[in-house]
Ligand binder design. Structure first.
Ligand SMILES: C[S@@+](CC[C@H](N)C(=O)[O-])C[C@H]1O[C@@H](n2cnc3c(N)ncnc32)[C@H](O)[C@@H]1O
Length: 281
């Protein structure tokens, strides 16, 4: 990995682990301006850093803020970086502050240098192109179409720079195939051993049972591609947190991530009804 401003690889890893810790301690009232920090001492590469659960439950409207805060802390460590957003179109166009890509591009300072934004929906692609126009000075590429196909165009040495890279996988339910996650996890952004792309993976929870039960033949094929094997049906009997843990283990054991954290995102401020979980790797 090209390490910004002389940071060594271990120091960078420790710094990014600290970003997770810092994010976990965040409270909703905290000002971004107060989050500049000293890097902690490097931790042994094989020890997973213990990260506390978030102080407050997160809810959907805060999702974009969570991501942009994470990116803010990420760039405080890296001083550079690439942002990939596979399912980037706005979910609620009437609420720009709920749009992750918009929030990230609006960060100040913005030290990330390259942005790859994909979406399969026509209105969403239009919105992404307008977003690019509003940020004309930045290196933003918009990819219309299926991220599972277009990801291979991004994961090429000439396209993806040798630098810290973050990828948001904000699927609704089964859109992101396991093969795509595997490709992202297997791509090294630099020469050092620990240069994996950081992933924010959204796992639907509250509507997953309903989604499973209503699957026709095409849907079952989708679920199989999403899980990566025909064994997806065992998830149907699981409690939400067991599913999240199962995914965490896959990220660790199959994909080789040293640190994987589940975060709950709730439907509303009161925490009534869990909407989805996000996994950070
Ligand atoms: C949950 S929304 C994304 C929300 C967005 N990240 C935000 O911050 O508002 C999921 C998006 O994925 C898009 N989508 C669905 N299937 C896709 C695919 N195969 N490849 C790329 N985008 C896809 C949808 O058009 C939709 O915009």
């Amino acid at each position: 990995m090209e390490i910004g401003r002389g940071l060594g690889a271990k120091r960078m890893i420790a710094g990014l682990a600290y970003v997770q810790l810092r994010l976990a301690r965040m409270t909703e009232g905290e000002e971004l301006g107060g989050l500049l920090f000293e890097l902690p001492d490097p931790t042994p590469a094989n020890d997973e850093v213990v990260v506390k659960a978030p102080a407050l439950p997160l809810w959907t409207a805060a999702k974009a803020r969570l991501i942009s805060r994470y990116i803010y802390l990420f760039e405080m460590v890296t001083h550079h970086g690439t942002y990939i957003d596979g399912f980037a179109g706005p979910q609620s166009p009437e609420l720009p502050e709920s749009w992750a890509a918009e929030m990230v591009l609006g960060l100040k300072p913005l030290w990330l240098r390259h942005f790859h934004l994909c979406d399969a929906g026509k209105p969403q692609v239009r919105a992404l192109r307008e977003l690019r126009t509003r940020h004309a000075g930045l290196d933003i590429t918009v990819y219309p179409g299926d991220f599972n196909k277009r990801v291979t165009e991004i994961l090429r040495p000439g396209v993806l720079k040798k630098e810290a890279t973050f990828c948001l996988l904000d699927q609704r339910t089964f859109e992101c195939t396991w093969a795509t996650v595997r490709k992202l996890a297997g791509f090294k952004t630099g020469d050092a051993a620990d240069t994996k792309i950081e992933l924010f993976y959204f796992l639907a929870q509250s509507w997953l049972d309903r989604a499973f039960s209503g699957l026709g033949e095409d849907g079952r094929r989708l679920a199989e591609a999403w899980w990566g094997t025909p064994e997806w049906s065992h998830l149907m009997q699981m409690e939400a947190w067991d599913r999240a843990r199962t995914f965490c283990e896959r990220f660790r054991n199959e994909l080789g991530y040293k640190s994987v954290k589940p975060w709950a995102i709730y439907a509303s401020e009161g925490g009534g009804g869990r909407l989805r979980e996000t996994l950070f790797a």
